[in-house]
Design a protein around this ligand. Structure first.
Ligand SMILES: [Zn+2]
Length: 440
């Protein structure tokens, strides 16, 4: 049942199609987007959903509500795009409480069978039967999409810094990273390529460095096998470059992590979706991303005419053309960082696309922070040392990701905590910068 009410404290009511701000998307916006995709992109082969099916009203989460959402979103996919498979990754918002997914070293009441079991039931048309046990165990699966191409759905909640169970023991929860490496090794042995669909990019504040660096190293080790990585979580469209040396951005770029745009407006975005073109499907396909295009809804326009049909617009029809890339490759995306550094017009285009809005101003300091963030597919300030030098010359300091959580978390990687008291102590020392502010 949908409950709707208007609080008397609301000073600016949301528009019919949603509002750019701390608001989530209305349900009819999802249906409208799906209708638009069905009408205009009949040639898509499959859908990737990188997680977070829930709203941001995380105080109101319940297991029942989350299970209903899994079912509902699955039904929406089938209704609007019948016959097109949809492959999901698990987002941090799928946890109840948010971000919390109990691995099997925790008591059974914290395990995730209720969620993963529901997913298996709902996704049985799309997830192979032999992967059912894996999904129920740790929310991961592998699907052979075409001869020569495998899709690996990796549950990044097992490396989520807000997954408090990981403060008890973050050593490869439920063997998830081991499972991932085995998938890659098996694909390599069989000469298959791999696409990864996952949720939290490794450089963000919600990624544990222990998890992020293992993933990063895997991308490097299996550089010839992992040919695409599709993430989400950020709501903004972003990308991160992976380098051969995890501490040196002058080393060879080996991979790209794409963070796709979100439907939700929360908090600064116009709704959008992306369509990738992949090389295939023929014998010897590289299965690499050849290009991608993106579509968005201008909410100012849509809400000004709430009774008229929406008009989803092309944000850009070719990422290659949009950014002047000679090809879609890690080295070209890396070169773009350098080009944006010296070209404000190009950088402003990236910012506009990131938010799907043209009014997001970003000065020189903000620009250096933004470019640094692209470099950080895991938490290393060394990857931005040249940008920090430029910032120093201009008299400001880059927002380093190591400042709060990540550097401190490095020191607790693989720590096993044996008692509640020890866990509290660890949290005080690592996550909470000031014990005065937040005593447990
Ligand atoms: Zn998320």
């Amino acid at each position: 049942m949908l409950e709707a009410f208007v609080s008397k404290d609301v000073s600016i009511p949301a528009g019919k199609w949603g509002t750019v701000g701390d608001c989530d998307a209305p349900y009819w916006l999802l249906e409208d987007m799906m209708k638009n995709i069905a009408a205009n992109h009949k040639d898509i082969d499959y859908i990737l959903i990188s997680g977070d099916l829930e709203s941001h009203a995380d105080w109101d989460y319940s297991k029942e509500g989350h299970m209903a959402k899994v079912q509902n979103i699955t039904d929406v996919m089938k209704k609007f795009l019948p016959g097109k498979p949809a492959y999901f990754a698990i987002g941090n918002h799928e946890g109840v409480p948010i971000d919390n997914f109990g691995p099997h070293f925790t008591p059974a009441k914290f395990h995730m069978d209720w969620l993963y079991g529901k997913m298996v039931d709902e996704w049985q048309d799309w997830v192979p039967a032999d992967q059912k046990t894996q999904v129920i165990y740790n929310g991961c699966y592998m699907k052979q999409l075409f001869p020569g191409l495998r899709l690996v759905s990796l549950n990044n909640a097992m490396g989520d810094s807000n997954n408090f169970y990981l403060f008890i023991n973050q050593t490869d929860p439920d063997g998830t990273m081991t499972w991932f490496l085995e998938q890659l090794e098996d694909a390599e042995r069989n000469g298959d390529k791999v696409h990864v669909v996952a949720h939290i990019p490794g450089g963000g504040g919600e990624a544990l460095e222990g998890w992020a660096i293992n993933y990063y190293n895997a991308v490097n080790r299996f550089e010839d096998t992992i040919v695409a990585q599709f993430f989400g979580h950020t709501h903004s469209e972003e990308y991160n470059v992976v380098y051969e040396d995890p501490e040196n951005a002058q080393s060879r770029p080996t991979g790209i992590v794409y963070s796709a745009p979100s439907l939700t407006t929360y908090s600064e975005f116009n709704p959008a979706y992306r369509i990738y073109t992949i090389d295939g499907n023929y014998p010897g396909s590289s299965f690499r991303v050849i290009d991608f295009e993106e579509y968005f809804l201008n909410l100012t326009v849509a809400n000004a005419n709430p009774d008229s049909p929406t008009k989803w617009e092309t944000l850009y029809s070719s990422a290659k053309t949009e950014y002047g890339l000679t090809e879609i490759s890690a080295s070209e995306w890396n070169n773009l960082i350098g080009r944006m550094l010296n070209d404000d017009t190009l950088f402003n285009k990236y910012r506009k696309n990131k938010y799907r809005r043209s009014d997001m101003s970003c000065g020189q300091q903000c620009k250096l922070d933004e470019l640094c963030s692209i470099r950080q597919a895991h938490h290393s300030d060394a990857l931005c040392s040249d940008l920090q030098k430029i910032a120093n010359e201009k008299g400001y300091k880059l927002k380093m990701k190591n400042d709060l959580l990540s550097n401190k978390m490095k020191s607790v990687t693989n720590v096993v905590v044996k008692s509640k008291a020890e866990a509290y102590d660890l949290i005080q020392k690592t996550v909470l910068p000031s014990q005065d502010k937040c005593k447990i």
